[in-house]
Write a protein that binds this ligand. Sequence first.
Ligand SMILES: Cc1cc2nc3c(=O)[nH]c(=O)nc-3n(C[C@H](O)[C@H](O)[C@H](O)COP(=O)(O)OP(=O)(O)OC[C@H]3O[C@@H](n4cnc5c(N)ncnc54)[C@H](O)[C@@H]3O)c2cc1C
Length: 217
Amino acid sequence: MRTLELEIPDWPGHVAGQHVDVRLTAEDGYRAERAYSLASAPGEPAVITVERLENGEVSPYLTQNVRPGDAFEIRGPIGGYFVWRPDDGGPLFLAAGGSRIAPMRAILRHRRNSMSEVKARLLYSSRTLEDVIYREELEGEEVFHTLTRAQPPGWTGYSRRVDVDLLREVAWPPEHGPLAFVCGPTSFVESVAAGLVEIGYPPGRIKTERFGATGGR
Ligand SMILES: Cc1cc2nc3c(=O)[nH]c(=O)nc-3n(C[C@H](O)[C@H](O)[C@H](O)COP(=O)(O)OP(=O)(O)OC[C@H]3O[C@@H](n4cnc5c(N)ncnc54)[C@H](O)[C@@H]3O)c2cc1C
């Protein structure tokens, strides 16, 4: 896992939830392009947080080889659906699986920086406590952790995959008019979105983003 701050000439600024495409070109001209969510709030330097995937093409390079001052191509900011502006309101129910915390961090930071009064809750599913990204920063937020593989001694959070009962306990009740953002691997996104619908969230109030292994949605 590595967080990179990008210095992008003529960067127009971004909206919380947007992503960039990183394009790498090898000496022989071979190109690979992958999407990375912006983890910083609007007005802050563009930041991405990359999880290293074994045998991946792009993430090992970004997490291990890139040095400060290196240059690579960036396209963006991209995305007009999985985004949040303070005027969109809430309360916000954010659900992130694994490294997919990046856009949620952007939303939470934006909410804080803009002194928005919109309430926010985050459900964050990780394999182990060591896999939790931005742990200290998130301590200032209303966060419900679930650790699905292993839990440290004395763990008081959840320790199972997200199911409807868990959502009933942590998600804002539908009568509060919540707006949900769900981001993660496809199976996580599908089960959380279906669970939210089951507890009464209108599908139109649930925004989802899947991080496909090969960058597709
Ligand atoms: C909107 C969006 C936002 C995203 N944001 C982030 C983010 O903030 N942080 C982040 O880390 N990722 C993010 N992703 C995912 C990211 O785009 C990449 O998909 C990810 O980094 C993996 O790219 P890679 O080139 O390293 O791996 P790839 O080369 O694409 O490989 C992915 C995995 O598949 C395996 N694999 C590849 N080819 C084969 C094959 N032929 N057979 C079997 N297995 C194979 C590899 O071993 C690897 O484990 C996002 C994706 C989207 C769509």
